[in-house]
Write a protein that binds this ligand. Structure first.
Ligand code: ATP
Ligand code: MG
Length: 457
């Protein structure tokens, strides 16, 4: 580390004979390090998602974090918050290409699906997890690097897939133990229906031009639908009275919407029709939805999605329908924390105490068999000369959160035994266990303590 830094130091102006202490570098504002033990909660959530996706036959797709800027401009729409002001874009110094750190993943998924001709033999159900980047004002639940998990079904036109995806998300909330999340649903219809509504909407807004704020005036002709999303209290009355898109939907669009609702009703998933739900990206049509909570202030949307039947064509593919959603990992975890139900990280099953380094060959052999059986084992490692005192080793064992300590003392080993000591039952019960039986004995004890904990919780 030091030697790597030396050349840079040499290049800095030397102000005194004493070398100046290098200023500590910190993470970029709004981009967070994720440290243990909190990282275990992310892994827990990701494991739940992987299991759920597998059970719904959604398969994992991984696309690059950097994409051509044009993909987002074309895909998301030029007059969207993301493209107008939130993208981290830069020029590739080597070839001058315009690139962007992905602000969302749907456009990249679509690009990949088109590029690899993935729809040649029918629809595909995919999911992804990963970091996204948006230049926003950092606050609770809003970061510049944040993480999304998303599911996309491409190549399927039917309402049953919209419903499948909504139910998939609802099941995830259940399995995570999320409470107080409500589903908001709307239909944006088809482009021609939106166009008719848009004309009526612009006429209505123009008739009330005196109450429109600057942003609304600017968007009046470019993206009037987004004005309905305004948080400006002064505009609420005008927005409430605006013509509703749902009244402009034709028969086929209404049938699609009703089919989605019918499946949700039959599945017992509650929802609220929100005629003002339009979503931030231009690419949606027909079904749009959000899962919202009141417990995270204005960052209350934990998941959003909808149908985007025209995006594939817009990105240069053969026309094909698609639908998907993305959830914000930070917000979901924040909500679980707020509820008090975010699982605490657990320590290892076993901490191996090694009074003398001469025992290490036996220690390694033993703990490898425990690990092979699926148990987690933390081996004591010396911090200075030798392995450290028994006292300091027990202190480390306690601090690790382990259930049990295995003590590889010289006398016991000479008898072909180790000492198994409980670190969690208060009494610190201990017993000598023959080395050959250690794996089964520890597994039994762990099963016992798991059963006990289950009855007490
Ligand atoms: P918002 O209205 O809160 O800005 P959005 O409509 O921009 O959300 P989407 O683009 O639909 O959000 O992204 C899907 C989900 O990703 C959101 O519902 C949210 O949970 C999460 N998300 C979006 N932006 C951020 C961010 N800057 N930091 C953390 N999570 C975010
Ligand atoms: Mg946003």
């Amino acid at each position: 580390m030091t030697s790597e830094l030396t050349p840079n130091h040499a290049a800095e102006p030397v102000k005194s004979s004493k070398p100046a202490k290098a200023q500590a570098l910190t993470a970029v504002k709004g981009m967070n390090d994720l440290l243990p033990p909190a990282s275990a909660q992310w892994e827990w959530l990701e494991d739940k998602v992987r299991g759920l996706m597998a059970r719904h036959a959604y398969r994992n797709l991984r696309t690059p974090i950097v994409e051509p800027t044009a993909l987002f401009v074309r895909g998301l729409g030029e007059v969207t918050d993301i493209v107008e002001k939130e993208m981290y874009s830069f020029e590739d110094r080597l070839n001058g290409e315009q690139l962007t750190l992905r602000p969302e993943a749907t456009a990249g998924v679509v690009r990949a699906v088109v590029e690899h001709n993935m729809l040649y033999d029918g629809g595909k159900r995919l999911y992804y997890m990963g970091p996204m980047f948006r230049h926003e004002r950092p606050q609770r639940g809003r970061y510049r690097q944040f993480h999304q998990i998303g599911a996309e079904a491409l190549g399927f036109p039917g309402a049953e897939v919209d419903a499948e995806l909504i139910l998939l998300a609802a099941t995830l909330w259940q399995e995570l133990g999320l409470q107080d999340v409500r589903l908001e649903l709307n239909s944006l219809g088809q482009p021609n229906e939106r166009a008719a509504h848009r004309t009526a909407l612009i006429a209505h807004l123009e008739a009330h031009a005196d109450v429109l704020d600057e942003e609304a005036k600017r968007r009046l002709h470019s993206n009037p639908l987004r004005i309905l999303d305004t948080k400006n209290p002064a505009m609420q009355a005008v927005v409430e009275a605006a013509p509703k898109l749902i009244d402009f939907l034709g028969e086929a669009s209404l049938a699609h919407f009703n089919a989605v609702k019918a499946i949700l009703d039959a599945s017992g998933v509650a929802y609220r029709i929100n005629p003002r739900l339009v979503r931030g990206m231009d690419y949606y049509n027909l079904t749009v939805f959000e899962f919202v909570t009141d417990r995270l202030g204005s960052q209350g949307t934990i998941c959003g999605g909808g149908r985007y039947d025209y995006l594939i064509e817009q990105v240069g593919g053969k026309p094909a329908p698609a639908v998907g959603w993305a959830l914000g990992v930070e917000r979901v975890l924040e909500l679980l924390k707020e509820q008090g139900t975010l699982p605490e990280a657990v320590g290892p099953d076993v901490y191996a105490i090694v009074p003398d380094a001469s025992a290490l060959p036996v220690v390694f052999k033993t703990i490898q068999t425990l690990r092979a059986q699926g148990m987690s084992v933390q081996m004591h490692a010396g911090a200075g000369e030798g392995m450290g005192s028994m006292k300091s080793q027990f202190k480390k064992a306690d601090g690790s959160g382990a259930q049990f300590a295995l003590i590889f003392g010289g006398d016991e080993l000479a008898r072909g035994e180790v000492t198994l000591k409980s670190l969690r039952d208060g009494a610190g019960a201990q017993e000598a266990v023959p080395l050959v039986d250690v794996t089964t004995r520890v597994a039994d004890k762990l099963a016992q303590s798991l059963a006990q904990n289950q009855t007490t919780v």
